[in-house]
Design a protein around this ligand. Structure first.
Ligand code: BV8
Length: 244
């Protein structure tokens, strides 16, 4: 694997909740993924928000409080260093926690949005189309638009909502056009993100999975490192540095 990685001009990574697990952010399908007996799939939907915006915002407030305390772990930091080593190094992330950017990664495509941004559900003005809301905990649940008092919603992609075209097109293009693809910390169950590694494999790109557990991808990738991102990625970085 290391020879393929060293020859690579463009490296692309797809990350999921697993890369933030060692930053103490619960994954979606791990045993800590539930919140008050609700699964994220139940709450991260437009229907749940219409039915009970307060409950959905309680869920996001809980996650925001956890994420606010979270620090990038050695896995995030190793990817940020790799971005400086390779000519072209991109991260496509399913996560909304912003930890890749906090770790120093700059070329990050957030497929599912950013938990720190909100938008007015009435789309009432340019300023409230999309703006940051960092207060922890939220002063008001659910929060209302400062301009028109309509409900605010988190700027994340819910189940049943389409991924915005710009990040999705960029992710599709990168997944099929690179020299080395790493899929890190994802159960590869959520579409269309889960199809990205398959595009890489179909494009005959050397694909490596890093995950302590097997997934639906494990059988079809070129190599699987059965381990945690927080230890596997720093080891990979050390290996790379031997040849620099
Ligand atoms: C779409 C943002 C077109 C929000 C997220 C029925 C109706 C409507 C849609 C569908 C439907 N059936 C299927 C769909 C499609 C649906 C989907 O895929 N559903 C799944 C449940 C089957 N997808 C969508 O709706 C997408 N849009 O398809 O639009 C459309 C539109 C209408 C109708 C049809 C189609 C939008 C999906 C985006 C949802 N938003 N997040 C928020 O965060 O609040 S998804 C969210 O869950 C995450 O972003 C992520 O994508 C996913 C969680 O997956 P993972 O990241 O993989 O995390 P998970 O916990 O599952 O796994 C963690 C992994 O880490 C494990 O493998 C574990 O072993 C590993 N791990 C643990 N520790 C470590 C580790 N790895 C490394 N190191 C460690 N230390």
């Amino acid at each position: 694997m290391i020879d393929k990685l060293l020859e690579a001009k463009r490296v692309v990574c797809l990350t999921g909740a697993g890369i933030s697990a060692e930053s103490d952010i619960p994954t979606f399908r791990g045993e800590d993924g539930m919140w008050k007996n609700h699964s994220p799939e139940e709450l991260a939907t437009p229907g749940a928000f219409v039915r009970d915006p307060a409950l959905v915002w309680e869920f996001y407030n809980w996650r925001r409080e956890i994420i606010a305390k979270a620090k990038p772990n050695p896995g995030h930091l190793a990817l940020a260093e790799m971005e400086k080593i390779f000519d072209d190094f991109y991260i496509i992330t399913q996560n909304v926690d912003g930890l890749h950017q906090k770790a120093g990664s700059e070329k990050v495509i957030e497929l599912h949005g950013d938990i720190w941004y909100v938008r007015c559900t009435e789309d009432c003005s340019q300023e409230t189309k999309l703006f940051p809301l960092y207060e922890i905990p939220l002063k008001e649940i659910p929060p209302h638009c400062p301009k028109c008092n309509a409900l605010l919603r988190p700027h994340v992609v819910w189940f049943g909502e389409t991924i915005p075209t710009p990040p999705l097109d960029a992710a599709l293009e990168l997944s099929a056009n690179n020299d080395f693809f790493m899929v890190i910390g994802t159960s590869a169950m959520v579409q269309p993100a889960a199809s990205l590694p398959r595009y890489a494999i179909r494009s005959k790109i050397y694909t490596v999975e890093i995950n302590p557990e097997k997934t639906a991808l494990t059988e079809i990738v070129d190599e699987c490192i059965l381990g945690k991102a927080g230890s596997a990625l720093p080891l990979l970085l050390e290996e790379i540095k031997k040849y620099l």
